[in-house]
Design a protein around this ligand. Structure first.
Ligand code: CP
Length: 360
């Protein structure tokens, strides 16, 4: 018989759409569970805590880290992950977009998959969500409303909870696993990319840094403001801890004296509904606007001038745009690959916590 650690089934049957749906204490519990799983992974200790369980992974967008860390993770827990591409099934769709025999109502897809397996994970943002900010999150909420098994958010247009958990784990590890991040300056900054990237990562990272007690700085050029609800929530957490919160429009000013810098691209919301003045999508104009800020790039000089903070990025980082090759390949305080690895461990933790049915 397999000995089950405390965290198996701890949140049995619950969805994981946003970290802020859980308490600060719950987040620390997830990170402790992930730490246990990471230690066992490196020691080669088997962890068959979800033997025979199935997780369905529905990807409306591309992925390297998320897909492979979830599929590998559920396998290492004794279960299986089944990849679903919406164009190879009847695309799971909201009621207003149904096309006969091409799409299937999310409410039906969720209930069918709930009859077979033990969890449904979804990624959707950008074009598959019609570039309407918030629509991806609404689609995942629709799955959660109808699913009888846990729904896991693998990134929508507002939140990327597992990325933020992995990042929080990397930050704590870098400091030797203190109780929290109080007294540490954590900068979430814009960095240039020619692509259109969602708000999910900067929003989720700012939120988790605030939840863990850090002094949170957000740096971006004008037009790249995060959503008001997110900013208000970050403020709420920093007030709870008595930590600092500041928004600045200068990367170097924000980096000065930081412990962690997290510079990455996101797209200016004013070019997309519901924030665009005409309610329309302006992809090309957004890219042209972004191109004005090519000097928001992370270089070795910039990091040295700031006092050598830990460098963080969710990946994939756009080399030569968001960051130089030199930083990614040889900066000694880069957490880039640790963050990527930690996706495996935090996701295994949450899968164990939510997908196991345990009678204690
Ligand atoms: N960070 C992240 O979610 O990476 P992928 O897009 O490769 O899944």
């Amino acid at each position: 018989m397999t000995y089950l650690p405390w965290y198996v089934g701890y949140f049995s049957g619950k969805h994981w759409l946003r970290n802020i749906d859980y308490s600060i204490d719950d987040i620390f519990k997830v990170l402790e569970a992930a730490r246990d799983l990471k230690m066992k992974f490196h020691l080669g200790v088997e962890t068959p805590y979800l033997r025979g369980k199935t997780l369905y992974l529905i990807f409306y967008n591309k992925s390297l880290r998320t897909r492979n860390s979830f599929q590998t993770g559920i396998f290492q827990l004794g279960g299986q992950g089944i990849y679903i591409s919406p164009d190879q099934v009847y695309a799971p769709t909201l009621p207003e977009d149904m096309v006969p025999y091409q799409t299937e109502a999310i409410r039906d897809v969720a209930r069918v998959l709930s009859r077979y397996g033990d969890g449904i994970a979804i990624r959707i943002y950008g074009k598959p969500a019609k570039w309407i900010i918030g629509r991806g999150h609404r689609i995942i909420q629709e799955f959660a409303k109808w699913s009888n098994v846990p729904v896991l958010n693998m990134e929508d247009d507002l939140y990327h909870p597992f990325q933020a958990l992995a990042d929080a784990m990397a930050a704590l590890e870098a400091l030797g696993w203190p109780r929290d991040l109080r007294g540490k300056k954590f900068v979430v900054s814009y960095a240039y990319s020619g692509g259109l990237k969602p708000l999910a990562v900067p929003q989720s990272v700012a939120l988790i840094a605030a939840m863990l007690g850090a002094d949170v700085y957000i740096a971006h050029p004008p037009g790249f403001e995060l959503l008001d609800d997110i900013i208000n929530k970050v403020k709420e957490y920093t007030q709870y801890w008595g930590s600092e919160f500041k928004i600045v429009n200068d990367m170097d000013e924000a980096f000065e004296g930081a412990t962690f810098v997290y510079p990455k691209a996101w797209s200016p919301k004013g070019f997309f509904p519901p924030f665009s003045a005409d309610g329309k999508v302006h992809e090309e104009e957004a890219k042209e606007y972004q191109a004005k800020y090519k000097d928001w790039i992370v270089t070795m000089e910039r990091l040295e001038k700031a006092g050598k903070p830990y460098y963080m990025h969710c990946g994939p980082a756009d080399r030569g745009q968001e960051v130089t090759d030199e930083v990614l390949d040889s900066y000694e305080k880069s957490l880039y690959f640790e963050e990527a690895e930690n996706r495996l461990h935090v996701q295994k933790a949450v899968m164990c916590m939510t997908m196991a049915k345990v009678v204690r």
